[in-house]
Design a protein around this ligand. Structure first.
Ligand code: ZN
Length: 315
């Protein structure tokens, strides 16, 4: 089996499979990538590979692999703190003591930190990373590896997940969402930035759309300029890549509205709403304006100017 069930990322999988084959394990893995990029999937496969007693690790059929995949392996411990956005230092301190109790069934004891850890927590973890027990393995998941303390980072093996190629993403989505029409799939692929988890969230009821996108579509459909202003003003402070991505989604939806006007019915409900409320010329103007704004945002015009101009032109 190996790491095949993780999509894309061929070089990363090759390296991990080679390492697993040689029984080479690091004491700390820093697994990074945007939301929906497969960090948890990779962590689980890697844990299975480390504990696996079969061939072509992770074999996914030996008892260790099966228990890791079912989340029932006593030596694969997931640490989260649902009450807080980051894992607190107290929790890390408890783990720091627990790691000195030998593994139950496996050759290693693996801790998966499934959320970012506060800096004090990372400092506490650092003490174990400096002199870990031979069987201790830590996995840290993060969207922002650059924000992890360099002292921890320098002791970690960094595994960075990449965006998937469009055809890989399309294939996976067509398999999981057989009823989705091509237009909706395109929108999901565009919106996801190449990350499967984000595309799936989008297709599972459109919940992948940001509150700004929903508010933009609603205010554009109703012509409510105050609501539009409430969306655009906070975005003046955003970073330009975030602004251009967000405007890209707005453009995609306006284009879907235009398609709806030309007879394509398979579009997202928000696009239909705009199509029914606005004349085709208005939709065309909005599409042109959004395209121009994305161009400005990407060519160093500051975001406050881009969003202010967009607001006045749309209003
Ligand atoms: Zn196995």
């Amino acid at each position: 089996m190996g790491f095949d069930s993780l999509l894309g990322n061929p070089r990363l999988k090759e390296n991990l499979a080679a390492g697993a084959g040689r029984g080479k394990t690091s004491h700390c893995y820093l697994i990074s990538g945007p939301a929906g990029s497969g960090k948890k999937t990779l962590a689980r496969l890697l844990a299975a590979a480390i504990l696996c007693e079969g061939e072509n690790k992770p074999c996914l059929s030996c008892s260790h692999c099966r228990k890791v995949m079912a989340d029932t392996h006593p030596d694969f411990i997931t640490v989260t703190d649902p009450k807080h956005t980051k894992i607190l230092v107290e929790q890390v301190r408890r783990i720091r003591e627990d790691v000195f109790i030998r593994p139950n069934e496996g050759s290693k004891k693996i801790y998966l930190f499934a959320q970012d850890i506060r800096d004090e927590g990372l400092n506490a973890l650092l003490k174990v990373l400096e002199e870990p027990p031979s069987y201790g393995v830590f996995m840290l998941l993060t969207e922002h590896p650059e924000q992890i303390l360099t002292t921890v980072r320098s002791r970690s093996t960094e595994l960075r997940l990449q965006a998937l190629p469009e055809d890989t993403l399309r294939q996976a989505l067509s398999r999981d969402f057989p009823d989705a029409d091509p237009q909706t799939l395109n929108a999901a692929i565009f919106r996801s930035g190449g990350y499967l988890g984000q595309a799936k969230a989008y297709l599972s009821g459109g919940t992948g759309l940001s509150p700004e996108t929903v508010a933009f579509c609603k205010s554009f459909a109703s012509g409510d300029s105050l609501e539009l202003l409430q969306v655009t003003v906070p975005m003046e402070k955003w970073k330009r890549d975030k602004v251009s991505t967000e405007l890209g989604v707005w453009l995609e939806l306006v284009q879907q509205a235009l398609l709806y006007r030309s007879g394509v019915t398979a579009v997202l409900p928000l696009a239909r709403e705009m199509a029914l409320a606005r004349r085709p010329e208005e939709l065309l103007d909005a599409a042109k304006l959004l395209r121009k704004s994305i161009h400005y945002a990407l060519s160093n015009v500051n975001c406050a100017t881009v969003m202010w101009h967009l607001y006045w032109a749309l209003k």
